[in-house]
Design a protein around this ligand. Structure first.
Ligand code: PRX
Length: 655
């Protein structure tokens, strides 16, 4: 890449207009914003017609700030809307999922009719185990079709699922089970990653030692490894699900029935149980899937390369695409399971048309070289998306050129676990996109960028992103903690939703999302709180104090850097500390998840604190990123940071 070319790419006003051909056939036409603005509630009411309602709603929005209800007098069944209705309308033979295993050559094709049968059997099995309307069921599973079936079966019974990412530890799982009092767990014996089996059920067993209310555990056999078994509590999926009838009469539930609980990190050590209800969440998941990805039900093959353990998987592997009745690819493995060109092989083989993934993955694929995508036929692709973190212009351009053949529009979609669905994104066919900008709020969504006092900033200025009107998929709150919900999102700027993200409007008025402005880190698109990692570290007997920051990282966006003071005896102080540093990293992996393992741990005799005793994280971030240190006069002991900066350069704990 020549320097001049790079400069042109990095020019933030450079925009890529959609082709006339794409624009002519796009699902969204430019009048859509005006239509929605005329009466945003009426617009969302008409979008709700994407669902199959048993009782169509007459009410649209009831807004008692910050608590919203949407379509509250409507009734429906989420799994019927996602599955049965397609079969009933004659599309039972259409493929719902091409499931691609971690191992090359292993694949399953599941039609909508088969999916319905699987969901009905699972719903019957869960009923036999005692699951009822209003219960909470934890799901801790790898990316296998049964994970989707489990979610839909729980939803079919009017219960709520709390899917916990299978990379989380036993401790993280048990705290989530306890917080929303899940009485049932659905899991697998293990998972495959790059051909190797790793256990999952053992983490459930460990977690359940502190969860006495769990009545039953349903276990899919995926790897065939040895498992510990508790008679009367544990049930094999193949024993109880496979013998059930594939018919199940679904009841209808109110639109505001809780469907999803999803834990996400906030600024405290305790993750928040964000919950979503049925009618509004499904409406917006389906609507955004339709417009943002421009999906054509009969021809597209959509691949959201994410895990169902995160909200992206919920909204764009399960609910949005299924409501819209499309064919999808669901992939079990890692980007390099079976070789570094695995993704490109999958796209070529299955003729994927729409690909949606995170910038971190794009940067990883980019590192592996353009010759890998270039040597595969990716001409089936017609649209690309990104989510989860800001995308740097170089990665955006690489994605456009080497994956999208300079032909596919790229949608940079901004949203959060709390928003349930995409709020800010270009619309393909309408928006001229800029590398790294999420551009505009979607039709029917109203956002602003405000300064410290809550006043809108002008073009060319930055501030905080807020959402100024309610939206259908907005979280209905934090499970069991309405006060924390108000405090976290609605207090900073009264009357509007505070997302916790920095944003700027460029000279053209287009939006750029800049990442978190609070103590939440974004590691490879995964949200983690600094406090949560600090808590894990101080839980280790050798640690006295810990301060954690997210430092920029070329591949993962941010990486965790921890500054730790030890409780050391004089004798221990003279030892080589490298094994202890490794032990601390493993300790964090065990308490939270391997994704929370610090990239670097710096042992220091002291931490920089203000006179009131607060750790100066801003300074530590500067140290971690080798920036020059600004004003240190408020510190009790300014020499501490210089000492830490010195330690930083000599530390060698990086992987
Ligand atoms: O900081 C923003 C970042 O991811 C956060 C939400 O994380 P989570 O709830 O885990 O959901 C991720 C998947 C929706 C946001 O507060 N984020 C998400 N999308 C973008 C983004 N940052 C910049 N650009 C995006 N497109």
């Amino acid at each position: 890449m020549t320097e001049a070319k790079l400069e042109a790419w990095l020019d933030e006003r450079r925009a890529f207009a959609p082709s006339a051909e794409f624009a002519a056939q796009a699902n969204a036409q430019s009048s859509i914003y005006e239509e929605a603005d005329r009466d945003f509630e009426a617009w969302w009411r008409s979008e709700a017609n994407r669902l199959h309602w048993d009782t169509p709603p007459t009410k649209t929005l009831e807004w008692d700030l910050p608590f919203a209800k949407w379509f509250s007098d409507g009734t429906l069944n989420a799994s019927v809307t996602c599955v049965d209705r397609h079969v009933n309308e004659g599309r039972g033979d259409k493929v719902a999922y091409y499931w691609v295993a971690d191992a090359e050559g292993e694949m399953r094709t599941i039609t909508y009719a088969q999916l319905r049968a699987m969901v009905c059997q699972a719903a019957n099995a869960l009923t036999e185990l005692g699951v009822k309307e209003g219960d909470r069921v934890a799901i801790y599973m790898p990316m296998i079709p049964e994970a989707v079936v489990a979610m839909l079966a729980v939803a079919r019974l009017g219960a709520a699922h709390s899917v916990v990412f299978a990379g989380f530890s036993a401790d993280a799982l048990s705290s989530r089970i306890l917080d929303s009092d899940c009485q049932y767990v659905i899991t697998a014996d293990g998972a495959f990653r790059r051909g190797a089996a790793s256990p999952l059920k053992s983490a459930v067993d460990e977690a359940l030692q502190s969860c006495p209310n769990v009545k039953a555990v349903l276990v899919v056999q995926r790897t065939g490894g040895d498992v510990h078994w508790v008679e009367g509590r544990d049930y094999w999926w193949h024993d109880v699900v496979d013998r059930q009838s594939d018919q199940h009469e679904a009841k209808s539930f109110p639109a505001e029935q809780t469907l999803v609980i999803m834990y996400t990190s906030g600024t405290t050590a305790k993750p928040k149980g964000i919950f979503h209800t049925t009618g509004g969440y499904l409406t917006q998941a389906a609507s955004t899937h339709h417009y943002v990805f421009d999906v054509k039900r009969d021809t597209d093959i959509c691949w959201t390369a994410a895990d169902i353990g995160w909200i992206t998987g919920h909204s764009y592997i399960v609910y949005g695409p299924l409501v819209n009745g499309v064919t999808q690819v669901m992939y079990e493995g890692l980007p390099d399971s079976g070789g570094r060109d695995r993704w490109w092989k999958i796209i070529e083989e299955l003729k994927v048309t729409i690909l949606y993934t995170a910038p971190t993955t794009i940067r990883t694929l980019m590192k592996w070289g353009p010759e890998l995508p270039d040597s595969h036929d990716l001409s089936s692709l017609r649209l690309l998306g990104t989510v989860g973190e800001p995308i740097n212009p170089e990665a955006w351009m690489w994605y456009r050129q080497h994956v999208g053949g300079n032909r596919c529009p790229i949608v940079d979609t901004w949203w959060q676990t709390e928003t349930g669905a995409i709020l800010v994104s270009p619309l393909p066919g309408i928006t001229a996109t800029k590398p790294g900008a999420a551009m505009h709020a979607l039709p029917g969504i109203y956002v602003d960028v405000v300064d410290n006092d809550g006043k809108s900033v002008g073009n060319g200025e930055g501030g905080y992103l807020v959402v100024t009107k309610p939206w259908p998929a907005m979280t209905r709150g934090i499970y069991g903690d309405p006060e924390r919900f108000k405090e976290t999102y609605w207090k900073r700027f009264p009357g509007v939703y505070f997302a916790g993200d920095g944003a700027k409007r460029d000279e053209d008025g287009d939006l750029w999302l800049l990442g978190r402005i609070d103590d939440v880190m974004n590691i490879s698109g995964h949200r983690l709180s600094t406090t949560e990692v600090e808590h894990a570290l101080v839980g280790h007997p050798a640690v006295a104090e810990a301060a954690v920051v997210g430092a920029s990282d070329e591949t993962t966006g941010q990486a965790i850097v921890a500054f730790v003071t030890l409780k050391l005896s004089a004798e221990d102080a003279n030892k080589d500390q490298a094994p202890l540093i490794e032990e601390l990293r493993q300790h964090v992996a065990k308490v939270i998840s391997p994704i929370a393992k610090p990239r670097q741990i710096i042992l220091t005799p002291d931490l920089p604190k203000t006179r009131s005793g607060k750790i100066m994280r801003r300074l530590l971030r500067d140290v971690a990123e080798n920036r020059s240190l600004g004003d240190v006069t408020t510190l009790t002991d300014p020499t501490v940071v210089n000492m830490i900066a010195g330690l930083m350069t000599t530390s060698s704990s990086e992987e």
